[in-house]
Design a protein around this ligand. Structure first.
Ligand code: ASP
Length: 386
């Protein structure tokens, strides 16, 4: 895939303390031979030049390209790395057109948007998170307040909303017209034996259907609603400074149409987000339950501590997901039971600036700002998409 370039960030390359120095300082000697072997990911079908990158760097899920530029720009202005990524992620949370995060995120099965987010700050090894947060469009900023202003790691539901309001966040409706329509279409398509009528069950109108003046196009329109299947999406963003300080953040509206109160991997430290200032950071997007039961982000960071390259650490974590999650028959692809029927992506950033990403299926990408340019790069993968 051709990398997409954005304008150069203001942040330049700087001298960097090697992660190997730091890892060695922990008494863990990296296995350089393994690291060297694994810079080309197995079955990846793409080179992994990120494993050789050195210096300040920011990576994100593919929807977070703008987040990386913003984060590196703020880093150049001297901000704490956690603030840099949270402000980067904020751009995606504010974007009504990204229906997987923040404002405009697809709602739960009751039609209500519930957001999850976490932030981890390497220098203090402190985390903050919120889950099932309603009516506040920047959950990552609230998570950072949990990190900085409380003795807790995770606040959920009504408590999270109360905390956010107390911290000065404004309550607002997070459901955009597009997300509301998608929810109505999904709800109407759920069953032919309830009181919600799908297109096939309704009679054709005898004329035009009234459109409320000044409404957004399609508002209240009740024809031609296409059912929207379950939908995933999240933004993850990690950063390492030229001094080797790391922070990581993950923010999401979670799986669309989820059971109210369902919490995914994004606010769970060790699952959808983790960082260790001596080693590196990792995050996940996609089916969160699979990242939770495999402790995905923690697993990747521990693999990097043993000297495995970021890309290979992500691939090994993907292997662990395949091994464990295929034990449940509902996760096996009916056409090929050796493959899962869901997708999951992992991202890794090492203390020296090396980075990588891997997905279950080919075609995945992620965003990177390497200190000079923000671009979208291909991710390694375990299975060729059929
Ligand atoms: N990981 C998120 C969750 O499970 C969703 C996603 O990334 O698509 O809540």
């Amino acid at each position: 895939m051709k990398p997409m370039k954005t304008s150069n960030g203001s942040f330049g390359r700087r001298k960097f303390i090697s992660s190997f120095t730091a890892v060695a300082g922990l008494g863990m000697t990296p296995d350089l031979s393994l690291s060297a072997q694994t810079t080309q990911p197995r079955k990846a079908g793409v080179a992994a030049p990120g494993d050789n990158h050195k210096g300040a760097c920011c990576i994100a899920s593919a929807n977070g390209l703008r987040a990386t530029s913003r984060a590196m720009g703020l880093l150049g202005q001297g901000y704490d790395p956690a603030d840099c990524i949270v402000q980067g992620v904020r751009i995606i949370e504010d974007d009504p057109n990204d229906n997987s995060v923040g404002y405009g995120g697809l709602p739960n099965e009751d039609g209500i948007v519930e957001l999850d987010a976490s932030v981890m700050h390497g220098p203090t090894h402190k985390s903050g998170a919120v889950a099932s947060l309603r009516n506040i469009k920047n959950p990552a900023m609230v998570a950072l307040e949990v990190l900085r202003r409380t003795n807790h790691c995770l606040i959920v539901g009504e408590g999270a909303l109360k905390f956010a309001v107390r911290m000065g966040f404004k309550e607002e409706n997070l459901l955009t017209e597009a997300s509301r329509r998608d929810w109505v279409a999904w709800r109407a398509s759920m069953s032919g034996i309830d009181d919600w009528l799908n297109d096939e069950q309704r009679d054709a109108p005898s004329g035009k259907i009234w459109q409320e003046p000044n409404s957004e196009p399609g508002k209240r329109a009740s024809v031609n609603l296409q059912p929207v299947p379950y939908h995933t999406g999240t933004v993850h963003c990690s950063i390492v400074t030229s001094q080797g300080d790391i922070s990581s953040c993950t923010s999401t509206s979670g799986l669309s149409w989820k059971i109210p109160g369902r919490v995914g991997d994004s606010p769970i430290i060790g699952a959808g987000n983790y960082c260790d200032n001596d080693i590196g950071a990792a995050g996940a997007t996609g089916r969160g339950e699979s990242a939770i039961v495999t402790c995905g982000a923690f697993d990747i960071v521990q693999r990097m501590a043993k000297g495995v390259s970021p890309t290979e650490a992500c691939l090994e974590a993907i292997d662990s997901v395949v091994k464990h999650c295929l034990k449940e028959k509902r996760h096996r692809d009916p056409k090929d039971p050796s493959r899962p029927d869901f997708d999951l992506k992992f991202y890794a950033l090492r203390k020296d600036g090396a980075f990588g990403g891997a997905t279950l299926f080919s075609g995945g990408t992620f965003a990177v700002h390497d200190g000079q340019t923000a671009s979208i790069v291909p991710a390694a993968y375990r299975f060729e998409k059929k």
